[in-house]
Design a protein around this ligand. Structure first.
Ligand code: 3AM
Length: 183
C-alpha cells in the first residue's frame, strides 16, 4: 500500500518567505521549509495498481499553468483544539479549476469523493496545547503577510511515509501543466 497525496510544490523564494513566518508559539512544531507544499487532494492508502491508475490519470490531466499569490495566515481549530497554523492564498479561479480536475481524476480511479470543502493552505505548524493568546498574537502580527505571485507549472504526486518522527514526504512524480516550459 502507498499513502499518497497530490500537491503543488513551492519555489525556494516562497519557502524562504513562509519559513520566515515561524516562531513565537510554544507547542508549535514548525514545518521544515523543504517539505512545505499546498495539498490539492489527500488520497490516503491505495494498493500499487490503483496508484498506477492515479499516476496515469494525473499524466492525462490538462489544465493551464497559472500564478498564485500567498495571502495572510490562519488557524484550523480554535481554543484548546487549535491544530494547524497555516498561510493562505488569494482567491484563484485557476487553482479551483485545477483542484476540481484533480478531484474528478481521483474519483474516476475509484476513490470516494472528498466530502470536505477545499481550503487551500500551506501548513506552517502543527499545534499541541499552544496558548490561545500566543496564537492570537501570531495571527495579528502576521496578518498582512503576502508572497508571490509564484508560477505554478506542475502538479506533484507525493508519497507519505509515516514514522515516529512524523511523516516524511517523497515526491514520486511531476505532471506539467499546459503552458509550462516542457509542458
Ligand atoms: O498539506 P497539509 O499539511 O495541510 O495533514 C495532512 C497533510 O496536510 C493531510 O494530507 C497532507 C499530506 O499528508 N492528511 C493526512 N491525513 C489526512 C486525512 N485522513 C489528510 N487530509 C485529509 N484526510
Amino acid at each position: 500500500m502507498l499513502r499518497l497525496f497530490v500537491a503543488l510544490d513551492l519555489t525556494e523564494e516562497v519557502r524562504r518567505r513562509l519559513a520566515g513566518l515561524g516562531g513565537g508559539v510554544p507547542g508549535a512544531r514548525w514545518t521544515e521549509p523543504d517539505t512545505m507544499h499546498l495539498t490539492l487532494r489527500f488520497i490516503g492508502e491505495v494498493p500499487e495498481d490503483q496508484a498506477m491508475d492515479i499516476d496515469a490519470a494525473l499524466a492525462e490531466l490538462r489544465a493551464p499553468a497559472f500564478a498564485l499569490t500567498f495571502d495572510g495566515v490562519g488557524v484550523f481549530g480554535s481554543g484548546r483544539k487549535a491544530r494547524v497554523l497555516w498561510a493562505g492564498v488569494e482567491r484563484n479561479e485557476a487553482l479551483a479549476h485545477l483542484q476540481a480536475k484533480v478531484e474528478s481524476a481521483i474519483v474516476r480511479c475509484g476513490l470516494p469523493a472528498e466530502e470536505r470543502k477545499f481550503s487551500p493552505h500551506i501548513t506552517l505548524a502543527r499545534l499541541k496545547d499552544a496558548p490561545a493568546d500566543r496564537i492570537g498574537r501570531f495571527l495579528s502580527d502576521r496578518g498582512l503577510f503576502r508572497a508571490g505571485p509564484m508560477p505554478v507549472d506542475r502538479l506533484t504526486l507525493y508519497r507519505s511515509h509515516l514514522g515516529n518522527g512524523g511523516a516524511v514526504y517523497e515526491a514520486l512524480r511531476d505532471y506539467p501543466l499546459d503552458g509550462a516550459v516542457g509542458g
